[in-house]
Design a protein around this ligand. Structure first.
Ligand code: GRF
Length: 220
C-alpha cells in the first residue's frame, strides 16, 4: 500500500443538512466482511434507515461477497488485475452510479482510492480503521499498537480524503490493551466495537446530524 501525503480536508464548514437525502449505501470490501454484515444487520433491525445498493469486492473470492449473496444483497465482483488505479476506479464508479449509491462505506477494502473517485464522492465516503487515528494508520494497525506498547487502542470511523486514513474523524471507540494480548486478541476486542461504531457513524452522516469545521466533525 503506497503512502500518500495527507492534506487538510477541504470543506471549511458543511451544514450536514444536505446529507439528509442520502440513503443508499455502496459497501466496498476485500475480505471477511464482518463490518458489512454488521451494517446489514443494523438495517434489518431498524437501527439504521438505509438500504444497501451494492456490495463490491475487488477480490471475487472474498468471503464477505458470498455472505452478501446468501443474504440477498446486490453484489459485484470487480477484479483489479492488470488495471491501473484510475482505470479500476472508473469501473467501480460506474457500478456505484448504476446502483444510484449515495454514500460509500469502505469496510476492509484493501485499496487506496484514486483522486477521481474521491472527487466524485467528496464528503460521501467513510472508512473504518482498527486504531485510534491518527495513531497507527495503514496495514496491521493492531500489531503496530502492540509493538508500540500503548495501553489503549480502539477504532475510528472517518471521512476519506486523499491521504492514508487521514480524513476528518466522525466517531472513535476505545478498548484497553492487555499485557497478554496478541494481535489477534486485540483485533477481536476492537472488532466488537467496530460493529457497533460503524452503523452509528453511518446514521449520523445519513441523517445529516453533523457539521465539519476544518478537520473537526461536530456530531449531534
Ligand atoms: C477491520 O478491522 C476494519 O477496521 C479494517 O479491516 C478490517 C475488516 O474486517 N479496515 P471485516 O472484513 O469487516 O471483517
Amino acid at each position: 500500500m503506497s503512502l500518500q501525503v495527507s492534506r487538510p480536508f477541504q470543506i471549511e464548514e458543511t451544514p450536514g443538512g444536505a446529507a439528509l437525502r442520502m440513503k443508499r449505501l455502496g459497501i466496498l470490501i476485500s475480505g471477511r466482511g464482518s463490518n458489512m454484515a454488521a451494517i446489514a444487520e443494523a438495517i434489518a433491525r431498524g437501527h439504521l434507515n438505509a438500504e444497501i445498493g451494492v456490495v463490491i469486492s475487488n477480490r471475487p473470492e472474498a468471503p464477505g461477497l458470498e455472505w452478501a449473496r446468501q443474504h440477498g444483497l446486490p453484489t459485484a465482483a470487480i477484479p483489479s488485475r492488470g488495471l491501473d488505479r484510475e482505470a479500476y476506479d472508473r469501473l467501480v464508479l460506474a457500478e456505484l452510479r448504476e446502483r444510484k449509491v449515495e454514500l460509500v462505506c469502505l469496510a476492509g477494502y484493501l485499496r487506496i482510492l484514486s483522486g477521481g473517485f474521491i472527487r466524485e464522492y467528496a464528503g460521501r465516503i467513510l472508512n473504518i480503521h482498527p486504531s485510534l487515528l491518527p495513531a497507527f494508520p495503514g496495514l496491521d494497525a493492531q500489531h503496530q499498537a502492540l509493538m508500540h506498547g500503548v495501553k489503549f487502542s480502539g477504532c475510528t470511523v472517518h471521512f476519506v480524503d486523499e491521504g492514508l486514513d487521514s480524513g476528518p474523524i466522525i466517531l472513535q471507540a476505545v478498548v484497553p490493551v492487555l499485557d497478554h494480548d496478541t494481535a489477534e486478541s486485540l483485533a477481536a476486542r476492537i472488532l466488537e466495537q467496530e460493529h457497533l461504531l460503524y452503523p452509528r457513524a453511518i446514521g449520523i452522516v445519513l441523517e445529516g446530524r453533523y457539521r465539519i469545521q476544518g478537520r473537526k466533525v461536530i456530531a449531534g
